[in-house]
Design a binder for this molecule. Structure first.
Ligand SMILES: NC(=O)c1ccc[n+]([C@@H]2O[C@H](COP(=O)([O-])OP(=O)(O)OC[C@H]3O[C@@H](n4cnc5c(N)ncnc54)[C@H](OP(=O)(O)O)[C@@H]3O)[C@@H](O)[C@H]2O)c1
Length: 277
């Protein structure tokens, strides 16, 4: 049966891939974002029921992060609106080892709507589609916690698990914890990308204080600085986040994509080509 599925953040790192994979399977996808018609805007709750109208299921990604103040209230209201619209299933993207995000997960669990929670480790695509891209292009990356190991997960794998969870009721009530198959430090990530691009990309280990100071000096908005501080001080260093899980294989019946394969498929897009300084 072909389904009507609303993909929130459907132009973002995971949502774009979820939308592509669902469309290939013949399902009807509506992208939920500020630049679509009908509009979906997290800051304008009046847009939510219109975006949900006629939809069977919703993939929920919250921007910028489930940990930010206001996310809990937004998810609570969204779930109430979803019940009003008779939504039959929701899949929530959450962050692995994020206490704040777990409060939002609990809302989904208690909503009475059939659901699956997908808790992801840090994405490989943070280096190609998000905040770590610009320093890589500029050839100089300075980051704190340089030697903390992270099992980066590919957004293609997250999307494949989300699609499976959206389409099959056997995943109802499950919480999946997704990681990649290998632990890497920032230092190792930058080394792999430098080798693949054949560019010199300098890496400097700095303190979290110096990093936060640098973000402020570059006029990064205060709420974004707060989020980065939270992610580096609470999420990155949480020992549970340095454990490799096997849920990708459990759901998809295949191994997760290794970081080196992500690097191979990304380097050919030219996204890491250097920029003139
Ligand atoms: N990055 C990580 O390593 C990581 C790890 C674990 C969990 N997560 C979770 O991933 C979630 C984000 O998912 P993602 O990375 O797939 O999405 P994303 O890439 O951040 O989504 C970006 C899209 O969201 C839309 N958007 C931005 N602000 C919006 C707003 N106010 N209202 C409606 N749409 C808005 C934008 O489209 P428009 O401009 O058209 O609106 C944009 O294209 C977060 O909740 C975070 O907790 C991230």
């Amino acid at each position: 049966m072909k389904e009507q599925i609303l993909v929130l953040g459907g132009k973002g790192k995971t949502g774009r891939r979820v939308a592509e994979q669902l469309s290939k399977l013949g399902h009807h996808v509506r992208i939920g974002s500020r630049s679509e018609t009908p509009v979906f805007d997290w800051d304008q709750p009046e847009t939510w029921p219109i975006a949900m109208e006629g939809m069977d299921k919703i993939y929920i990604t919250f921007q910028p992060d489930l940990a930010v103040p206001g996310a809990f209230e937004a998810i609570k209201s969204l779930l109430e609106a979803a019940k009003q619209q008779n939504i039959k299933k929701v899949v929530l993207l959450s962050g692995k080892g994020e206490t704040e995000a777990e409060r939002c997960e609990q809302l989904v669990i208690e909503s009475g709507i059939p659901h699956t929670i997908v808790r992801a480790s840090w994405f490989s695509q943070n280096f190609s589609e998000s905040f770590f891209l610009d320093p890589i292009k500029g050839g100089f990356v300075a980051l704190p916690h340089a030697d903390v190991e992270v099992p980066y997960i590919d957004a293609e794998d997250i999307a494949a698990v989300v699609v499976e969870a959206l389409l099959n009721s056997e995943h109802d009530g499950e919480i999946y914890e997704l990681t990649g198959p290998r632990l890497l430090t920032f230092r190792e990530v930058i080394h792999e990308i430098a080798e693949a691009t054949n560019r010199e990309i300098a890496f400097e280990a700095i303190s979290l204080e110096a990093y936060i100071q640098a973000l402020k000096q570059h006029d990064v908005p205060a709420d974004y600085v707060w989020l980065i501080d939270y992610l580096f001080s609470h999420v990155l260093t949480n020992p549970n986040n340095q454990l490799i899980t096997h849920d990708v294989e459990k759901v998809l019946g295949r191994k997760p994509i290794d970081f080196s394969d992500f690097v191979k498929s990304t380097v050919v897009t030219g996204v890491w080509d250097g920029v003139e300084q």
